[in-house]
Design a binder for this molecule. Structure first.
Ligand SMILES: NC(=O)c1ccc[n+]([C@@H]2O[C@H](COP(=O)([O-])OP(=O)(O)OC[C@H]3O[C@@H](n4cnc5c(N)ncnc54)[C@H](OP(=O)(O)O)[C@@H]3O)[C@@H](O)[C@H]2O)c1
Length: 288
């Protein structure tokens, strides 16, 4: 009889723990101030709409195109969500303090920063990129992103609380044709986020690195090569939100790309990887 009661109590405790774990994940974004860079398009836009309308977050929508942000903001508010527009150009770091202060005026300190904005190589191989194009990718994806992240982190450290999410890419794992500068910035971002995770280990600030595969957004519309396991921006947003709510260190999707394709690709030695990629992709880029 005593044993039966003990098993019953243990069972109830397990159910209670499971329930609290599930509800804490459900409520992770509720009333939190989520600041999303690159919220005017693609993954950032889908994330903003999902978090504000389905997860109860208060979202700062940041990018250069204010008209697009206003439209998304109205859409969110029409659905009962909470959002505000913040004009932000990652290539102009002098404007960062003003943008940050403006976002905190109505929504308070940033609880979650999603560093999502980026530009790519525009489908060009390295030798065809102008120095201005190279600068633009580095300024946006790396320098601007890191400067802004540094500013937000300084604020988070004052309260010893926060979550920084960096949208990197599976393209950061290995060098790819037409992805030279873009891939280098993503590899650098993933590396930096890992350093931060170690430096902030004993704080209450979490770092999550996201490695998306192909997501159907304007950024990849012009790409000629096959887009393996392409997913929609809305699906990507749900997957990212789920990984963030679990405070994962690192999360890549689709599952098959992160756990099968990339694992295999990482094991291939250079002597095989280089000619293999050359012959598989050269028709898409060699004269482009
Ligand atoms: N789509 C994919 O297949 C894929 C795969 C792997 C990783 N990713 C990553 O996912 C993230 C989102 O990509 P996406 O596909 O959604 O791209 P996207 O649709 O082209 O959106 C890019 C966003 O970045 C913003 N942006 C660009 N330059 C900026 C600047 N100087 N200052 C501030 N904002 C700037 C753009 O807004 P404005 O032009 O209005 O400023 C836009 O909102 C990126 O980090 C990308 O590397 C995408």
């Amino acid at each position: 009889m005593f044993r039966l009661a003990l098993v019953g109590i243990l069972f109830i405790c397990c159910i209670f723990l499971l329930y609290s774990w599930l509800t804490s994940r459900q409520d992770y974004f509720r009333r939190k101030h989520v600041f999303i860079t690159g919220a005017s398009s693609g993954i950032g836009k889908a994330l903003a709409i999902y978090l504000a309308t389905k997860k109860g977050a208060r979202v700062s929508l940041a990018a250069r195109s204010v008209d697009k942000l206003e439209h998304i903001c109205r859409n969110i508010k029409d659905q009962g969500g909470s959002a505000q527009v913040i004009q932000l150009d990652l290539c102009d770091s002098s404007s960062f303090p003003k943008a940050l202060a403006e976002s905190m005026k109505s929504f308070g300190s940033i609880d979650i920063l999603i560093a999502n904005a980026a530009v790519n190589n525009e489908g060009l191989c390295f030798s065809r990129l102008s120095l201005e194009q190279i600068d633009k990718v580095i300024e946006t994806n790396l320098k601007g992103t890191l400067y802004f992240l540094h500013l937000v982190l300084t604020e988070m450290l004052k309260e010893n609380s926060g979550h920084i999410v960096g949208i990197s890419s599976l393209a950061g794992y290995r060098g790819l044709p037409m992805g030279s500068v873009y891939g280098a910035t993503k590899a650098a971002l993933s590396n930096l986020l890992e350093s931060l995770r170690i430096e902030l280990y004993d704080t209450n600030i979490h770092i999550t690195t996201i490695h998306p595969g192909f997501v159907d957004t304007p950024a990849i519309q012009g790409m000629k090569h096959p887009k393996l396991f392409l997913c929609s921006a809305e699906t990507a947003a749900k997957k990212i939100a789920n990984a963030v709510s679990q405070k994962k260190y690192s999360y890549g999707f689709p599952w098959i790309m992160e756990h099968i394709v990339m694992r295999v690709v990482l094991c291939i030695p250079q002597t095989i990887f280089v000619p293999l990629l050359y012959f598989l992709t050269k028709r898409h880029w060699i004269h482009g």
